[in-house]
Design a protein around this ligand. Structure first.
Ligand code: TXA
Ligand code: MG
Length: 333
């Protein structure tokens, strides 16, 4: 940690204690942080994000030994996941203690908790002191793409946020995996940074992603039109992608094509189209997805055409985000 970053963290702590909001980097995406014990600061987070007040915020803290300060009736399965994956891209939904106010949980008895794996986030949380935590939704306006650089945060929120800590590009680039529990059974509400297969390995049983579950529990990411660029986005298998782009071009559109496969690449030489090659490996693809969507969501194109990701568990989080970003029914590869 450079002296400059350390001094910025000290300033951030002073501001947070005064009820201000600070954007900070995590390994997944940038968060918009506020001290959970200051209700005016929590209200400000909802205001800045233009987020409905019944959508719960994730509570970030730094020491696993503090988990029981924030949550109670913790299933063994939750302890196993916490011990294995924290700090990391995992959010656990657990019954809250009275230390977490209903403002933070959107009125629910459950709270989302996470220890992020980023040196700046951890230094900031440690500097806040014990029994302190930061509510931190992604630092974007409601419904938009999460920011993965400090510049994206500024583009989203400008001067409405009191300070932005710059930690460069987020390594994972997609939000955390959210897990809730029915007894000892883990249920994924939002696929993310940790693949379901990894959770299953640790728990030694199958873990499911329950889309049905999401509609009962208020997960804002479950709304359609979430994680969306301003430019309409369509997803097509490689074989239909080029046909669709020709169709759009004849109607006078200027589409940008984003593909990842060798089928897509073999068509790249077609000079009449704007196209961009994404990585064909899901971790690398995920880390670049939001930054790439932002880059081409610049008014130069009037349609983003994405090649459908493979229908394979390693791509689940990416499929999920593209389904929500797509303006037409998503067609699987
Ligand atoms: O990777 C991440 O999780 C990032 C970084 C900043 O940590 N945060 C993030 O927060 O994505 P946000 O607020 O944009 O999305 C959090 C999701 C929302 O869909 C919210 O509804 C859900 O977590 N959530 C939070 N608390 C919950 C609860 N008690 N029950 C159900 N869902 C909850
Ligand atoms: Mg978000």
């Amino acid at each position: 940690m450079t002296p400059e970053i350390s001094s910025q963290i000290a300033t951030a702590v002073t501001l947070l204690r005064a009820g201000k909001t600070i954007a900070f980097p995590t390994e997944t995406v940038y968060g918009l942080g506020a001290d959970i014990s200051i209700s005016s600061a929590i209200n400000r987070v909802f205001e800045i994000k233009e987020r409905p007040s019944n959508h719960p915020l994730i509570v970030h803290f730094s020491q696993i030994s503090q988990l029981e300060h924030w949550a109670q009736e913790i299933p063994n399965a939750a302890w196993q996941l916490a011990e294995h994956f924290w700090p990391g891209p995992l959010t656990l939904i657990l019954p809250r203690t009275h230390h977490v106010s209903l403002d933070v949980t959107g009125g629910q008895s459950m709270v989302g908790l996470r220890i992020p794996n980023h040196p700046i986030a951890l230094a900031l949380l440690n500097a806040m002191g014990p029994e302190k935590a930061l509510a931190a939704p992604s630092a974007n306006r409601f419904g938009r793409i999460s920011p993965t650089t400090a510049a994206h945060v500024f583009d989203e929120l400008g001067h409405t946020v009191d300070m932005i800590l710059d930690g460069g590009s987020c390594k994972i680039g997609l939000e955390s995996t959210i897990v809730s529990f029915k007894g000892e059974t883990a249920i994924v509400l939002r696929p993310g940074g940790i693949p379901l297969t990894k959770l299953a390995e640790v728990l030694n049983e199958e873990v499911i992603f329950s889309e049905g579950e999401k509609s009962n529990i208020r997960v804002s990411g479950s709304l359609n039109s979430h994680y969306a660029p301003l430019t309409p986005l369509e997803v097509w298998p490689a074989t239909s992608l080029w046909k669709r782009s020709v169709e759009l071009k004849t109607q006078g559109f200027h589409p940008m094509l984003l593909g990842w496969s060798t089928i897509f690449m073999s068509r790249e030489k077609n000079k009449d189209f704007s196209y961009f090659s994404m990585p064909s490996e899901p971790t690398a693809y995920g880390s670049q997805l939001y930054a790439t969507l932002r880059r081409f969501d610049n008014g130069q194109y009037d349609r983003l055409l994405l090649e459908a990701p493979p229908n394979n568990p390693a791509w689940l989080a990416i499929v999920d985000r593209l389904q929500r970003a797509s303006c037409v029914p998503f067609i699987k590869a």
